[in-house]
Design a protein around this ligand. Structure first.
Ligand code: ADP
Length: 242
């Protein structure tokens, strides 16, 4: 099994009052998936995005795409990602602002891996003002640290379609090969055990405080991330279809 080198990974108010006829139906919806690395945010985002007509936006995938294209942004981001640290807020905020202005986000989006700091959460609110988005729905995935490590070091990703496997919980039918398109499965460089442990520490320090931030706003919903993936999807859809 190859180690996945980022270079080789392709991924995936104005002053005027709202006209009275404009129904909230047309307001773009923001869904935030909050939780530690390995909690299943990416897997669930892939499953629910199509069903809900929302665009799946992963800041991790956007950063890896920059690394693949060897952009200026990647020069700063790559060493930080490889150490399990966060990329600076202003870089990530700029990237998200540009992405959600694209036409494929007009119905709304699922944010996977963003926001990760209080500054990013506040920045997101500022970015969403001109889009007149509805208040975000935040889904917090709770999973114990030891399970996270086991999941991440056993995670494999299809080099072509990005489908996520787990060698223990959800292995491919044929070792190292994607069930969906027959492409090679790779391991992300930052899924090495020591980097995984650092990513979990980074989450505890910078991202966990967002649970209280969103709970205080009354938009937080808890998801039992240890259940099997189908049960997790069903509980998320129940919240989103309310
Ligand atoms: P995971 O959620 O499993 O850690 P991601 O693919 O979301 O994986 O992120 C991989 C890495 O990319 C992170 O460890 C971090 O270095 C960087 N990154 C992703 N999203 C952000 C963000 N919102 N803010 C800062 N850094 C980020």
């Amino acid at each position: 099994m190859n180690s996945l080198d980022f270079q080789n990974l392709r991924s995936a108010q104005g002053k005027f009052r709202t006209p009275r006829f404009k129904s909230t139906w047309f307001q773009p919806r923001t869904v935030i998936l909050l939780g530690p690395p390995g909690a299943g945010k990416g897997t669930q985002a892939q499953r629910i995005a199509g069903q809900c007509g929302l665009k799946h936006l992963s800041t991790g995938d956007m950063l890896r795409d920059n690394i693949y294209r060897d952009t200026e942004l990647a020069k700063k981001a790559k060493p930080l990602i490889n150490r399990g640290e966060l990329v600076p807020d202003e870089i990530v905020l700029g990237m998200v602002k540009e992405r959600i202005a694209q036409p494929d986000c007009k119905n709304g989006f699922i944010l996977d891996g963003f926001p990760r700091t209080l500054r990013q959460a506040q920045g997101l609110e500022e970015i969403c003002v001109p889009h007149k988005s509805k208040a975000a729905t935040v889904l917090n995935f709770a999973v114990k640290a030891e399970l996270l490590v086991r999941r991440l070091i056993n995670r494999r990703i299809c080099n072509k379609c990005g489908h996520i496997y787990n060698l223990i919980e959800h292995p491919p039918e044929h070792s190292g090969i994607c069930d969906l398109d027959g492409s090679e499965l790779l391991q992300r460089a930052d899924d090495a055990e020591e980097v995984v442990r650092e990513r979990i520490c980074t989450y505890e320090r910078h991202t966990r405080p967002l649970i209280d931030y969103y709970a205080a706003k009354g938009v937080l919903h808890e998801v039992e991330g240890t259940s099997d993936p189908d049960a997790v999807t069903a509980s998320i859809l129940k919240v989103l279809n309310k």
